[in-house]
Structures are given as structure tokens and as C-alpha cells.
Ligand binder design. Structure first.
Ligand code: C2E
Ligand code: MG
Ligand code: MG
Ligand code: MG
Length: 292
């Protein structure tokens, strides 16, 4: 109803009332309901992390895993981040949700290590709002302390747009994270508008080539050229390069010829619940075909 929409507008706009058309009104109310549900989800523990392996292409060995958030809504079932992360970012809930993600990922890897499994480093996606939060570094440090996880087991995935926004300030945060011993990756590489000279000055360990470039590498010469160029750049800057969204053996074959370091995608595994993923930790060789 109109009161709710007005309340929402007021809450969002810090006393700036916004005018809603009936259509916007409906959208605002839907958002508000998602927002309320996200709050409840956080409180009632409805979020879960899935884990997707990253594979060293030359050896076929799993080198790490990306943690990907899922929402088990009691009525709607499994909800993917595409349906709620943007809303959580807009209303600021991504900050407490992101803290939960970091804590849960670190807790889980430490639990695998404690269990005697050969755990791999975990990569966690970080949103702009989290990265720019004044307490971000403090939060990461306290989570590592609380969970007892060695920092080398934690990699943060950041996008180019996050880093390029106030690049000098970003560089300082990155330096501090490196000083703490974390790994740093650029996610969705190639889709942002970065200054390459800046990028080369950031202390980045890993470039993850966006899946939109990987999709057609076996058929599209332009995409193949872009992927080769990114791999070459990563090699020159001593960064590991990961291809995202690898679904076919043709794509993998091309990546192998280009000496791409790692691959992640449905060809190997879909993101898996922690229980299913932990079974892979005993059998870390995931490529069925031996490397050429
Ligand atoms: P991303 O970080 O680029 O993650 C990769 C996405 O590609 C994941 O989607 C993954 O399931 C999907 N994927 C993996 N292999 C393949 C493949 O072979 N083919 C195709 N078509 N897709 C593949 P997902 O889990 O739905 O996550 C979507 C995005 O949501 C992520 O993109 C990331 O930006 C965001 N996200 C996920 N978890 C979190 C989180 O904990 N925090 C934050 N802030 N963002 C998250
Ligand atoms: Mg990612
Ligand atoms: Mg990505
Ligand atoms: Mg992304």
C-alpha cells in the first residue's frame, strides 16, 4: 500500500520523499518484501554456500573453490544470487550478508582442515559496499581470528569497477589485504572499464576471465583473440589466469593451447553444497583426460 511505499522511499532517501507512479509503487513494494525476507533469511540462517572447484589445467588438480551464496527460502526453495544480491546491495544488507559469507567460508575451510581433509583455498565474492565499508579490513581480520583460518586459504574476488572507483584508496586497501596474507582476484575480467596501467599496479594474484568471452572461444576468432590477450597479459604481470564458465572440452582444448592456468565451469562441476564438495577433497584430480 501507499504508506509502505512512502515509508520505503523515506527510509531509502534519508527524508527525501520520492514520487512513485503506480507501477513503480508495485516494484517498490516487491523490493520491500524481498528486503524484509532477506532480513529474516539472515536472522534464521536461510543462506547457504555452494562451492565450485577451480582446476589447474596442466595437472587436472583442484587448486581452489569459489564460494557462491544460495538462499533456501522456506516457501520458494533455492534462490540464486542473480535474484537477490543486487537488492541486498541496494538496501545495504549486503554488508551483514557478506560478513556471514566470509565467516561461513572461513569456518568451513577450517573445519575441512581440522577433519584432516586436504582443503583448498576458498574464493569469496566481495561487493562494492563491503569493500568500501570502513570496517572491512577489521572485519576480515576478526573473521580469520575467530575461525583460526590461515589467511593464505582466503582469496577475495573483486571486480574492475570496484577497484577503479577511487583507485588510489582501493590500492591502499589491497596492499593491506596482501600484507595480511590474503590472495586477491579480479572477477569478470574484461567486462569493466579499467585502466590497465592502474591494474598492473594493484597487487593482484589472479585474473578471472569473464565467461562471456569464454563462451564462444572455440568458434569466434575475436573472443579467442581477447582470451589469448588476457592470458598473455596475466603471464607478463605474473598473475594466474582462470577461465570462468568452461562448459565444453573444445573450450578447454583451446585454453590448454594458450597455456591458461586454471578453469572453472560446468565441464568439471556445478557449484556444490558443502557436503557434496567435501567428497571431492579426497579425490582432487578432476580432469578425466590426462593433460597433454
Ligand atoms: P561470479 O562471481 O562471476 O560467479 C560465477 C557464476 O557463474 C556463478 O553463478 C556460477 O554458478 C556460474 N557458473 C559457473 N560455471 C558455469 C558454467 O560453466 N556456465 C555458466 N553458464 N555459468 C557458470 P551464481 O552462483 O548464480 O552467482 C552469480 C553471481 O552472483 C556471481 O558471479 C557473483 O557476482 C554473485 N555472487 C555469488 N555469491 C556471492 C556472494 O557470496 N557475495 C556477493 N557479493 N556476490 C555473490
Ligand atoms: Mg566470482
Ligand atoms: Mg565471474
Ligand atoms: Mg560477477
Amino acid at each position: 500500500n501507499a504508506d509502505t511505499a512512502m515509508y520505503y522511499a523515506k527510509a531509502k532517501g534519508r527524508n527525501n520523499y520520492q514520487f512513485f507512479t503506480p507501477e513503480m509503487n508495485t516494484r517498490a513494494i516487491q523490493r520491500l518484501s524481498v528486503e524484509n525476507n532477506l532480513r529474516r533469511a539472515l536472522k534464521h540462517g536461510e543462506f547457504e554456500l555452494y562451492y565450485q572447484p577451480k582446476i589447474d589445467i596442466a595437472s587436472g588438480i583442484m587448486t581452489g573453490a569459489e564460494a557462491l551464496i544460495r538462499w533456501q527460502d522456506p516457501t520458494l526453495g533455492l534462490i540464486h544470487p542473480g535474484q537477490f544480491v543486487a537488492i541486498a546491495e541496494e538496501c545495504g544488507l549486503i554488508v551483514p550478508i557478506g560478513r556471514w559469507v566470509l565467516h561461513e567460508a572461513c569456518r568451513q575451510v577450517q573445519a575441512w582442515l581440522d577433519f584432516g581433509l586436504q582443503a583448498v583455498p576458498v574464493s569469496v565474492n566481495i561487493s562494492a559496499l563491503e569493500f568500501r565499508h570502513l570496517k572491512f579490513l577489521e572485519g576480515v581480520a576478526s573473521i580469520l581470528q575467530e575461525t583460526g583460518l590461515a589467511p593464505r586459504y582466503l582469496e577475495l574476488e573483486l571486480t574492475e569497477s570496484i577497484l577503479m572507483h577511487e583507485a588510489e584508496a582501493s590500492a591502499q586497501v589491497l596492499e593491506k589485504l596482501k600484507a595480511m596474507g590474503l590472495q586477491l582476484a579480479i572477477d569478470d575480467f574484461g567486462t569493466g572499464y579499467s585502466s590497465l596501467s592502474y591494474l598492473s599496479r594493484f597487487p593482484i594474484d589472479t585474473l578471472k576471465i569473464d565467461q562471456s568471452f569464454v563462451r564462444d572461444i572455440a568458434r569466434n576468432a575475436d573472443d579467442a583473440a581477447i582470451v589469448s590477450a588476457i592470458i598473455g597479459m596475466g603471464k607478463n604481470l605474473q598473475q594466474r589466469v582462470v577461465a570462468e564458465g568452461v562448459e565444453s572440452s573444445e573450450q578447454l582444448a583451446f585454453l590448454k593451447t594458450q597455456r591458461c592456468d586454471e578453469a572453472q565451469g560446468f565441464l568439471f562441476n556445478h557449484p556444490l553444497p558443502a557436503g557434496d564438495f567435501s567428497r571431492l577433497l579426497g579425490t582432487r584430480t578432476l580432469l578425466s583426460t590426462p593433460p597433454a
